[in-house]
Ligand binder design. Sequence first.
Ligand code: GLA
Length: 681
Amino acid sequence: MTSRIALALGFSLAVFSAGFASAETVWLDDLNLASAEQGWGEPHKNQSVDGHALTIDGKKFERGFGTHAESTLRVNLAGGAQSFSASVGVDDEVNKNPASSIEFIVRGDGKTLWKSGVMHAGDAAKNCDVDLAGVKSLVLEVSDAGDGISYDHADWSDAKFATVEAKSFTVIGEPKLVQVAPYILTPPAPATPRINGADVFGVRPGSPFLFTIPATGDRPMKFSAQHLPRGLKLDADTGHITGFLKMKGEFTVTLRAKNALGTAEKKFRIVCGDQIALTPPMGWNSWNCFAGAVSEEKVKSAADAMVKSGLINHGWTYINVDDYWQNNHDSKDPTLRGPFRTAQGHIVPNSRFPDMKGLADYIHQLGLKAGLYSSPGPWTCGNCTGSFGYEQQDAADYANWGFDYLKYDWCSYSPDMESLRGNSTNYPMSAGSWSGSTPSGQAELMKPYAIMHDALAVQKRDIVYSLCQYGMGDVWKWGDQVGGNCWRTTGDITDTWKSMSGIGFNQDKAAPYAKPGNWNDPDMLIVGQVGWGNLHPTRLSVDEQYTHISLWCLLSAPLLIGCDMTKLDAFTLNLLENDEVLALDQDALGKEATCVINDGRLRVYEKELEDGGRALGFFNLGVEPLKLDFKDFAKLGLAGKQHVRDLWRQQDVATVNTTSGSLPLTIPGHGVMLYKLTAAK
Ligand code: GLA
């Protein structure tokens, strides 16, 4: 059902009338500017954002509006203005700081009427002169020109309207997002067999092999595989491929899935070599839902739900236990209290995790993989036992238990600990016992990750290595040198638009470093019932959730579901089982999308795909629907005729001639249109 119900149409509040000088001229500064939205500071009348006289390249202006990118001022003209004029530029108060770059934009009734082009500090003021005949609603915007808002002090100097008669212009507050009821876009998978998931899988020689053929369609289903390399075997009923490969090499296998209605076939590449995680890991992690309340039963239930919900048939694989499987040094909860390590130095799981090997075995027999969490300091972020000084033992224990993934945090580590390494009697056993020196350079940041990597590398097991140090020292530039398969690029996400969009739309800097085996991690998914021990439905709107999943897939991000898997509703499930959307994330080329167009509310993200196609995400960062006829195909590097497929709806929508044609788009507030473009023959 694609019915969309508007539940509430909210506009925030304040409406202010103008008092103005004459019937012919209405000065912008005579309107109430307090409702302007801006990225920093307060809106100022007749002054710059820092409270100085408005000055652009040495020229002073008596009147105008001093603001800061990203800035939006909405004026209701009710068709009463003839024109708008201003002299715009960066205010001299930024002292020619090179970080300052902005663009002034005038929009009328949803159309772009004028743009200044990118302006820098020291540029002479530009004249803005815009015809407003008939325009009812005017928006004055200042964008950060795509490089962040630092030093973006913007002046709309001498800004005024020409009008034929005295009209009451009003400034209106930022409209609020219209909340819509969940609407499902993805058609159900057909009853006939279909093999989904990545086209490639990496394994190291000698490591236990486990891959479950992800296939949708009615059960019972029989699986077979042609040209499966020696050492591997397939269970025809479950689709689980297990065994070992002794030698390096590449093998192209034909996978088949058959049910009463038909047979599906897919070519699948197994690469036995040094690299694993050839596509971003997909699975579940306990943190965003359970945080410190995780237990073995909850993890097993999540694994069961991964199978029962059918998500396993779309490539979802890992079941990862985050913090709090170890004992804790300051919790009042007796289930978390106990010895940290045995006399031999083995880590002791807390009483909620009585059998780590049993847990990993349980997850494996379902065809899934198991993950764990630790920290390079003596304590994790939640004050549980960390790995400092015991890295080899911990890595060996993880491998012996059968874990396949390690998320390795940063908490409580500091470089000055290194002098104590090897002298375990001096390891601190209480938080705060370290002076906590901060790392001064890349070598110090790399050190603890390299130590754990070396410990993992000698295990006869493939363990995906996920670094979690929030992007310090541009981890994307060196994460692969310490064996990282993925690395967090940011602090922790939470379930708000500000958090998700703030992270998701700021990943370009790291994008060139993504490749098979190395992924930038903008943190885990926040759809469904989340809450860090206090479950509630995600606070993201429906369209914000489509944006979240679309963007994470475009960014080739590790996809770790963060919700309670036993409480998946139809909408959330639908978001997570669109194979065409997930295929962007799992594309074997491993290129991360970047923002190719940043125009006011519109962001266009483009990702190159292995088959020569391009994935395009058209995102609307504004709260009102954005309607446009998209023509800028040259900016996307696209030529000729292109087939356009809507990936959420799984429908072909058009064939566009990129030189003369256009693509009509209506993008919901905070929402997305996600397309794949393929050259037409
Ligand atoms: C850090 C990480 C989170 C989570 C917690 C556990 O905050 O960024 O993802 O692992 O630690 O304590």
